[in-house]
Each structure stands twice: as structure tokens, then as C-alpha cells.
Write a protein that binds this ligand. Structure first.
Ligand code: HPA
Length: 276
């Protein structure tokens, strides 16, 4: 296991490399989920850095997606955007998955916007809905903060009572109302994957209060909150979760739905960013 000193050192070295390519301090970090990479098109005057070129940065295992960090502006705000994220089902440890968030913090990011594709557990949802994440349930049974606390980064026992900023959620709701976009608000439950859930598991998760299920986000948000970042999260309900409809789940359906709603999602994000 990497010791405390070298984790902090690695974060600083990765951030220094990125800073050398893009001098301005990014204020907002964006992490884009499956099929939602189109949001990267919003970035103006973008500087693109391959993950593989950044010291200590993990490299994506998904074929055809080396993974890139984009720095630039959206609506006049400096942003850093991860095109491609790391999932634990790929075999990465929880520290690796959340490392880029720590690098963002070191670059000066104070606000993090995360998106994902998720299965709808709430039966009043339908595929294609966008859901503002109100809160999460960490069902990965991993926590990126286990181990000696990095006190340079945050406190030992971080508060998670407002993991997803109420202030930013209000902004998102106002923009959605102005744009006439239907926006659900609910609880995201994060699992390891890579199997989709069984119908019995989905019934259990509904009983536990979850509205949408996915395989990402929770570790990134835990690290962001540890570092004192304000977080806004969206799930694109790409399919109804297992057992709700009489049909099997597939990655193709997830990609098709995100493709269908991406323009609406893009406009929403574009409207929100300048007001965060
Ligand atoms: N389950 C878990 N993760 C997902 C799903 C799902 O139904 N859809 C998209 N990501």
C-alpha cells in the first residue's frame, strides 16, 4: 500500500503536470458518465491531456477510450473535465477511482459536477428521465478514506449530511424549470457491478429508499466531500432496473437512452454551470 506521504506527493505531481499545460485555475470539475461524454463538446479553448501522460494517473481499460482530461471554459468559467471515469468493476481499487478528484482539488476545484447512467428503481420514473441526486447510499462496501487520514486533505470523520449541495440543487431545479426540462430528484445507490442487479436485489433497494442504481459516483463524492468540495450530481435514467419491466437489461439500451437525452442534458448543464 502506498504510504500517506507518497499519496500526497502523487497528487501534487499529477496536478503540477496538468497546471504546466493549463495555467488558469479550474473552478469546477466535471466527471461524465457512460454515453454522456458529449458534454465535453461544451468546453471552449480546450486543452486535452491523455490520462496516460499524467504522472500517477490511472489509465482506462475500456477499449477505444484511453481517457482524457479537458481543461477550458464553459460559459466563462474555468473547468476541468474527465472524459471517461474509473470504475471498481474494471478492477481498480477505491483509491484509484477517486484519485482524480483529489487532483482536481489540488488544481483549485471547489465545485464538482458528476453525472452517471443509472437504472430507475422508483416505479414512477421512466427511461430517459434525468434525476438530480439528492443523496446516496454507498453499497460498494468500500470507502476511499479508509487508512490513515490525510489531514492535509480533510478531517478524519467527514460530515455527509449534505453530500449533494442543497444550494446547487436549487440552481439545477431553477434552470430545469426555466428550460421546461422534467427533473426527478432522488436517492442514488452505488454498487460495484459489473452484473446488473437481480429483481430481488432491486426490490430490497427500493425498500431501503433508493430511487436509482448505478456502478459509480459514490467513491468520488466521498473524496470530494472529504476535501470540502461542493457536489452536484445527475443520473440519466437509462433503463428501468431489473424486474420492473418484462425484459432483460443491456448496455446497448443504456447507450441508446443516453444518446436520446444527451442534447437535453447538455442544455441543462450549460444553463447550470454559469450559475454555480
Ligand atoms: N443497474 C446498475 N447500473 C446501471 C444500470 C442498472 O440498471 N443502468 C445503468 N447503469
Amino acid at each position: 500500500m502506498t504510504d500517506q506521504h507518497s499519496i500526497v506527493q502523487n497528487i501534487k505531481e499529477a496536478a503540477a503536470y496538468i497546471h504546466a499545460q493549463y495555467e488558469a485555475k479550474p473552478e469546477i470539475g466535471l466527471i461524465l458518465g457512460s454515453g454522456l461524454g458529449v458534454i465535453a463538446e461544451l468546453v471552449e479553448n480546450a486543452v486535452t491531456i491523455s490520462y496516460g501522460d499524467i504522472p500517477h494517473f490511472p489509465v482506462s481499460t475500456v477499449e477505444g477510450h484511453a481517457g482524457e482530461l479537458l481543461l477550458g471554459t464553459v460559459g466563462g468559467r474555468h473547468v476541468v473535465l474527465m472524459k471517461g471515469r474509473f470504475h471498481m468493476y474494471e478492477g481498480y481499487g477505491v483509491d484509484t477511482v477517486s484519485f482524480p478528484v483529489r487532483v482536481m482539488k489540488e488544481l483549485g476545484v471547489g465545485k464538482l459536477l458528476v453525472t452517471n447512467a443509472a437504472g430507475g428503481i422508483n416505479t414512477s420514473y421512466e427511461a430517459g428521465d434525468l434525476m438530480l441526486i439528492k443523496d446516496h447510499i454507498n453499497f460498494t462496501f468500500r470507502n476511499p478514506l479508509i487508512g490513515p487520514n490525510l489531514s492535509e486533505l480533510g478531517v478524519r470523520f467527514p460530515d455527509m449530511s449534505e453530500a449533494y449541495s442543497k444550494r446547487m440543487r436549487e440552481v439545477a431545479k431553477a434552470v430545469a424549470a426555466e428550460q421546461g426540462v422534467k427533473l426527478q430528484e432522488g436517492i442514488y445507490i452505488g454498487l460495484l457491478g459489473p452484473t446488473y442487479e437481480t429483481p430481488a436485489e432491486i426490490r430490497m433497494m427500493r425498500t431501503l429508499g433508493a430511487d436509482a442504481v448505478g456502478m459509480s459516483t459514490v467513491s468520488e463524492v466521498i473524496v470530494a466531500r472529504h476535501a470540502g468540495m461542493e457536489v452536484l450530481g445527475f443520473s440519466c435514467i437509462s433503463n428501468m432496473a431489473s424486474g420492473i419491466l418484462d425484459q432483460p437489461l443491456s448496455h446497448e439500451e443504456v447507450m441508446e437512452t443516453t444518446e436520446r437525452v444527451k442534447q437535453t442534458f447538455l442544455q441543462l448543464i450549460l444553463g447550470i454551470l454559469p450559475r454555480l
